[in-house]
Ligand binder design. Structure first.
Ligand code: SPV
Ligand code: MG
Length: 288
């Protein structure tokens, strides 16, 4: 089976990827025209109302991811956090995600249990470079029969270790076989990421998550020349919270749903997203 994502991240092209926390949000991202779906650990944690700190299990995230893959045809990129342990855990976990049909896995170089990256004062400890190289090599071997992209994510900038350390790690992970390097930054402006991209002369293309520095647009990212993918890391859950807050407040204020009813999607639109018509066609064919 060929991996559609490979064609979307080639030099000269920037793949635009949206987060999701369930098949419904993934389907909406697909309908909006995104190139890929980010099966986000942060979003799933938020959906469960718990911190993104390795509290949910690998199987909970895998269940969500499998459900997403089953309902969209857009490539799915799975957020594997730290890989749930050492290289042995990574191998086990990556095999499961590959069987679930994801196009790529992303594994980050933090210690397990992790703390979420953008939390001020968060616990950001990194594993040794050699240890993480072993995890990347294990992920590659586990995914080899599935044409899976392995994305190595360095949290060196998140951990305040500086550009040199981030570049050294990116180089080491690339040598270990990573197909792409995700470099995360918590700076409120894009200078740090721009400096990283300018100093990166490796062949391996980069991935960025501009949550903290929203002023960097796709045009600006594309101009840097060596970034193949932008992931909007948490915009599905933030959009959902924004919309629910507004609608719930309006219903409370109005003492009913009469006003709000005109502004929200109809029940029929939800039926469409559920593909009820497909089920009805199946009924026609098979129910006797
Ligand atoms: C996620 O969406 O789960 C991510 C991106 O890993 S971030 O939350 O910014 O670390
Ligand atoms: Mg995550």
């Amino acid at each position: 089976m060929t991996n559609k994502l490979r064609d979307l991240v080639h030099p000269g092209r920037l793949a635009s990827v949206m987060s999701a926390h369930n098949p419904l949000s993934a389907r909406l991202a697909e309908l909006a025209g995104f190139d890929g779906i980010w099966a986000s650990g942060f979003e799933l944690s938020a959906a469960y109302g718990v911190p993104d700190a390795s509290l949910l299990s690998f199987s909970q995230h895998l269940d969500m991811t499998r459900a997403i893959v089953e309902r969209v045809s857009t490539p799915v990129i799975a957020d594997l956090d730290t890989g749930y342990g050492n290289a042995v855990n990574v191998m086990h976990v990556v095999r499961s995600y590959a069987r679930a049909g994801v196009a790529a896995v992303v594994i980050e170089d933090k210690t397990f249990p992790k703390d979420t990256s953008l939390l001020a004062g968060g616990r950001q400890d990194l594993v040794r470079i050699e240890e993480f190289q072993g995890k990347i090599a294990a992920a590659r071997d586990a995914g080899s029969g599935h044409d899976l992209l392995v994305v190595a994510r360095t949290e060196a900038l998140i951990a305040d270790l500086g550009l040199d350390e981030a570049l050294q790690r990116a180089q080491a992970y690339s040598e270990a076989g990573a197909d792409m390097i995700l470099v995360h930054s918590k700076q409120k402006t894009p200078e740090e990421i721009i400096a990283f991209a300018r100093r990166w002369h490796g062949e391996t293309r980069l991935v960025v998550v501009p949550t903290a520095y929203p002023d960097l647009t796709e045009d600006g990212i594309h101009e840097l020349g060596n970034i193949g993918m932008v992931i909007y890391g948490n915009h599905a859950v933030r959009a959902a919270v924004t919309a629910m807050r507004q609608v719930f407040a309006e219903i409370r204020a109005d003492g009913g749903i009469r006003n709000v009813d005109k502004r929200i999607v109809t029940v029929e639109e939800i039926f469409d997203l559920q593909r009820v018509a497909e089920m009805k066609a199946t009924e026609q064919s098979y129910l006797r």
